[in-house]
Design a protein around this ligand. Structure first.
Ligand code: LLP
Length: 422
């Protein structure tokens, strides 16, 4: 569903005009639709029906407490990659037994805290981490339930910066070295091997790399069982692509098609499955609002300078990502368009939200919505150029609330200290 639609010439988030939120909360601001979050979750949950499976929401995509809470209330657990994310998941009401801890570089202090909290499973990504975790668990007199994240060496055919399942990527243990790593884990007194994990990348548009990886993992599970390991769980990661560009031929697979493929490929395997979607649960549920500061026509390009910038939404700069951008006041049908660069005020040529984009006429004071910004938007923001973090707003029908207040410049200054000797 797209919860952001025009009604009487105004772009709404559910039943709330985005222009009103811009006026009352200010810009830049992230706005999320609760109905869309729920609809995305339900589509997944419906597809999973009948499978022995859990959904662990990949909190990294959008870690606002209200967002995590919305999913937890529907039955989701959490996939976390840091202790910060664990604290968020716990604070939002996720039970420790529903938390899976992934990540390529967990520190001993983080492993300890996760063990003390009682997380369900730690996905280990290296032999060194097996040693660290065994030692930490021994110290605490606990047994850690682990899966090893296996790197299946499959090309997910996505952007180079978000592909993770190739041998040259830092993630997981090379599938060719996996048996030896499991043997190493099996000999550790404080670890209990329970599963195999994978995650091959993000914004993946085809089922093929998943199928290929699953087949490789299925055969590995056979070998591991023959080696005497009890493999009871299979963690499938996330990565399901979504549409960013409406007028394009982007064709992500349907969640139901993906889950059906998993159902077939894992039939009779006897593993409890775990899905870890992030983007597909939150991406289309959010927009970033910005206000046009000024328009600067040049001889080569027209620049529309807005008050939302790469520090608020890094994806266009970092991944050449396309986000549709629309004015919150609907343009008359047939209005002329101009090719523009929509840029922020930051002192970097890479600071743009869109380049060479056909846009309807825009003027100072107009509010724009950068669409599909619910995933990897607010969470990747920084305070570069001493720009405070934008607020986040959650809409539910005709009501809304600020779910993260706007940071202030005073907040920023309060963290710095000038030494007395300076
Ligand atoms: N599980 C693990 C172990 C992951 O590393 C990730 C994402 C996910 C699940 C969720 O993947 P998703 O369903 O959201 O694709 N910042 C990038 C995306 C980075 C994804 C990192 N890992 C972007 O803006 O495109």
């Amino acid at each position: 569903m797209d919860p952001f639609a025009y009604r009487n010439g105004e772009l709404l988030a559910e039943d709330v005009p985005l222009a009103r939120i811009a006026r009352e909360v200010g810009t830049p601001a992230y706005v999320y639709s609760l109905a869309a979050l729920r609809a995305n979750y339900r589509a997944f949950a419906d597809a999973m029906r009948g499978l022995d499976a859990d959904l662990h929401y990949a909190v990294k995509a959008n870690s606002n407490l209200a967002v995590i809470r919305a999913f937890a209330a529907l039955g989701a657990g959490a996939d976390i990659v840091s202790i910060g994310e664990m604290r968020r998941a716990l604070a939002a009401g996720v039970a420790p037994a529903d938390i899976v801890f992934s990540g390529v570089g967990k520190k001993t202090s983080e492993l300890r805290e996760a063990l003390q909290a009682g997380v369900r499973q730690i996905n280990v990504e290296s032999r060194a981490e097996l040693d660290m975790l065994d030692a930490a668990a021994g110290d605490l007199d606990r047994t850690a339930e682990i899966a090893i994240r296996v790197n299946p060496d499959v090309d997910a055919k996505t952007h180079a910066k978000i592909t993770t399942g190739r041998k040259e990527n830092k993630f997981g243990i090379d599938i060719d070295l996996a048996r030896a790593a499991y043997a190493h884990a099996g000999a550790k007194p404080n670890l209990r091997v329970v599963g195999v994990a994978m995650h091959i990348g993000s914004q993946i548009m085809s089922l093929d790399p998943y199928r290929e990886s699953l087949r490789k993992l299925r055969s590995l599970i056979g070998d591991l069982r023959a080696d005497g390991h009890r493999i009871e769980r299979l963690d499938l990661g996330g990565g399901y692509g979504i549409v960013y560009r409406r007028e394009s031929n982007e064709q992500p697979f349907a969640v139901a098609a993906y889950v059906d493929m998993v159902r077939q490929e894992t039939a009779g395997l006897g593993c409890r499955l775990s899905f870890e979607p992030g983007r597909s649960l939150v991406g289309n549920a959010g927009v970033l609002l910005g206000e046009v500061i000024l328009v600067k026509p040049g001889s080569a390009r027209t620049f529309v300078v807005v008050d939302a910038a790469m520090n608020d939404l890094l994806r266009p700069t970092l991944y050449e990502a396309w986000h549709d951008i629309v004015p919150v006041r609907q343009t008359a049908a047939g209005a002329s368009t101009t090719i523009t660069d929509i840029v922020g005020p930051i002192c970097e040529s890479g600071d743009y939200l869109a380049q060479n984009r056909a846009m309807p006429p825009l003027a100072s004071g107009d509010v724009i919505a950068v669409k599909t910004a619910g995933a990897y938007g607010a969470v990747m923001a920084s305070t570069y150029n001493s720009r405070p973090l934008a607020p986040e707003v959650l809409v539910d029908g005709a009501r809304y609330d600020v779910i993260r207040r706007r940071q202030t410049v005073d907040d920023l200054l309060a963290m710095d200290r000038v030494p007395s000797w300076l």
